[in-house]
Design a protein around this ligand. Structure first.
Ligand code: COA
Length: 330
């Protein structure tokens, strides 16, 4: 048992200024504001301007998180970037961000667990810090999903948005920080949500329109069913591991893909609306950036009190899911 835990000592976010509302989408595809709100809860999403690389969002979020932590970029030992839409396969997004923030002493790599990426990265960072290998780890969840969306497909374009969220992890008092965690993957279900990269099969080609081969395709209802089940199970697993009940939890911070998914899991778990941190009506699905962006907003507007019990839970491509219990405080 350590005399410290790995915990969050700084947060940051960047949400691009350009907004696409549901009414804007009505002019682009056969959809309606009413349908999108009723079926997803999303009202608008923010999109990166053309010509700006996505990692620039990550730099801004990282700079805020480092300043919030009260440390310098040179103090960072490791940068983990989670992303589903990297600007390059090489250099990694993490190396591009390293250069941008001048974290010259950091090792850096990308981690891909799709929308579950932030939860995976938290557990990886925890292991590095609790083993004493590294002191400060920066996680940047950098998602420019608008770059891999087919803006003519109403099945996907209404759902996604762009944003980056960042946290700095370091040693905190043992009573705070990361506690129990659970990570899982279901590769046999991976075909339900795909974004081809260096190879595309004929089957995947046929699912997409011409010249849209590198875009997101999903079986919405299969992913929906998986999402409600996995978010419910992953939350229950953490509550059981911790030996606590839903009433002992102050906030559930879920990945935000569709309000009906969040509400479906909350109903099964008997979690009240006030216990859930939701921003997706403003952002759409921003993949692995969902949880760190909520953390930044909620911590800076004073919602979290020292010792609050938070549960992070996410699901996504792979398919993957994960959860962890986090006790807020430095
Ligand atoms: N606007 C208007 N109508 C739409 C539409 C849109 N954007 N998209 C689909 N429809 C139509 C369908 O064609 C269908 O019409 P029909 O009844 O005449 O055949 C009807 O709406 C219902 O379609 P369905 O696919 O059953 O809707 P849904 O309630 O399942 O919602 C999703 C679709 C994609 C929003 C939902 O399945 C979902 O959120 N899935 C999970 C996706 C996800 O989370 N992905 C990211 C993982 S990290």
């Amino acid at each position: 048992m350590h005399d410290f835990s790995a915990g969050i000592i700084g947060t940051g976010k960047y949400i691009p200024g350009k907004v696409i509302t549901n009414h804007d989408l009505e002019k682009m595809v056969d959809t309606s504001d009413e349908w999108i709100i009723k079926r997803t809860g999303i009202k608008k999403r923010h999109i990166l301007e053309d010509g700006i690389p996505s990692y620039k969002m990550g730099i801004k979020a990282a700079e805020q998180a480092i300043s919030d932590a009260g440390i310098n970029p040179e103090d960072i030992d490791l940068i983990i970037t989670t992303t589903e839409a990297p600007d390059y396969l090489s250099p990694s997004m993490a190396c591009l961000i390293q250069k941008g923030i001048n974290a010259k002493n950091a090792a850096a790599f990308d981690l891909n667990a799709a929308c579950t990426g932030f939860v995976y990265a938290m557990v990886v960072a925890q292991k590095f810090i609790e083993s004493g290998y590294y002191r400060y780890v920066l996680i940047v969840s950098n998602e420019g999903l608008s770059r891999v969306v087919d803006w003519k497909s109403r099945n996907t374009c209404v759902l996604f948005g762009d944003a980056a969220g960042a946290v700095v992890l370091g040693k905190v008092d043992r009573q705070f920080g990361i506690k129990e965690s659970y990570l899982a993957s279901f590769g046999d279900l991976g075909h339900n949500l795909t974004i081809p990269c260096c190879y595309i099969s004929d089957e995947e080609k046929n699912k997409r329109s011409e010249n849209m081969e590198r875009t997101i395709w999903q079986d919405g209802s299969e992913v929906f069913t998986f999402a409600v089940r996995s978010m419910t199970d992953a939350t229950r697993i953490i509550l059981d591991k911790a030996g606590i009940s839903v009433k002992d939890m102050d906030y559930l911070i879920p990945h935000q893909a569709n309000l009906r998914i969040i509400n479906g899991a909350a109903k099964r778990l008997e979690i009240s609306d006030e216990q859930i941190g939701v921003i997706l009506h403003e952002t759409g699905n921003i993949s692995s950036a969902s949880i760190p962006v909520v953390l930044d907003i909620f911590s800076k507007n004073g919602k979290f009190k020292n010792g609050n019990t938070l549960i992070f839970v996410a699901f996504g491509g792979g398919l993957t899911c994960g959860s962890l219990r986090f006790l807020w405080g430095k």
